[in-house]
Write a protein that binds this ligand. Sequence first.
Ligand SMILES: NC(=O)c1ccc[n+]([C@@H]2O[C@H](COP(=O)([O-])OP(=O)(O)OC[C@H]3O[C@@H](n4cnc5c(N)ncnc54)[C@H](OP(=O)(O)O)[C@@H]3O)[C@@H](O)[C@H]2O)c1
Length: 264
Amino acid sequence: MPSILDSFRLDGQVAIVTGSGRGIGAATAIAYADAGADVVVSSRTQAQLEETAAAVRERGRRALVVPCDVLEAEQRENLVDAALAEFGRLDILVNNAGGWPPKPTLKTREKEFEDCFRFNVTTAFAMTRLCVPKIVQTAGKGSVVNISSVAGRVHSAGFAAYGTAKAALSFLTKNLAQDFAPKVRVNAIAVGSVRTEALGTILNEETEKVMVDMTPMARLGEVEDISACALYLASPAASYVTGEIYGVNGGLTGVNFPMPRADL
Ligand SMILES: NC(=O)c1ccc[n+]([C@@H]2O[C@H](COP(=O)([O-])OP(=O)(O)OC[C@H]3O[C@@H](n4cnc5c(N)ncnc54)[C@H](OP(=O)(O)O)[C@@H]3O)[C@@H](O)[C@H]2O)c1
């Protein structure tokens, strides 16, 4: 008898996960391998990619390591070409590479604002534009998962660059879902504070206590909290879900990293 759990499997599928050398991207690559997918792992640091690839292979799946800086158009093209040359198909794209530290708005230069937008939004647009036609040509249908943030949902001092960029990524997700339905679903995750190297740059005993106290679920997130949702969104279990931004953030209704207002 078929089980509902079968609809969470990705057997025979191929996924590209950007920024999968560590953190949320690595956990997502590993979750997809657990579910039966072959995975193209990609970021800038080869040694970390080899670790993620080893974890994929331990699960009996194939892994292809392709170093790629998502900010570089030629490297993005090479990533997609290499994936197709190795596996002959593409089903899933996860736009995970991104991030930016919060910073007082009046100290954020115009160039930084634009760089933040380019890293978090333009690269996801460019990767999606490259991959969607290939997904349709080689697999018939598929899915894109964008890793957005709770900072793109709520308003807070110090988040003018990152919050605005992630809000744009979430809105882009909804627009692309309309463009590509019914063949390719496009969804995003509004991630809360998750224990990764990126969060480590602002984490100490004091900030962690504040963050946990402000989080209804009373803890930081772990990468598997996010990869579980990324698996659901990519899988046939979510085949009727597109254009959605799923919150996985411990119930946050505001940013849990308070920054001072501008000193005017
Ligand atoms: N952790 C959180 O609390 C949190 C909260 C909300 C949203 N998010 C989002 O989650 C995503 C992943 O963050 P994370 O916390 O997992 O960060 P992380 O642990 O620092 O991992 C980031 C990954 O992206 C790669 N990367 C960085 N710059 C890249 C570039 N230019 N091109 C390709 N790959 C690049 C890194 O490897 P290399 O440096 O070797 O390239 C690494 O593999 C980001 O989009 C972030 O905005 C995280």
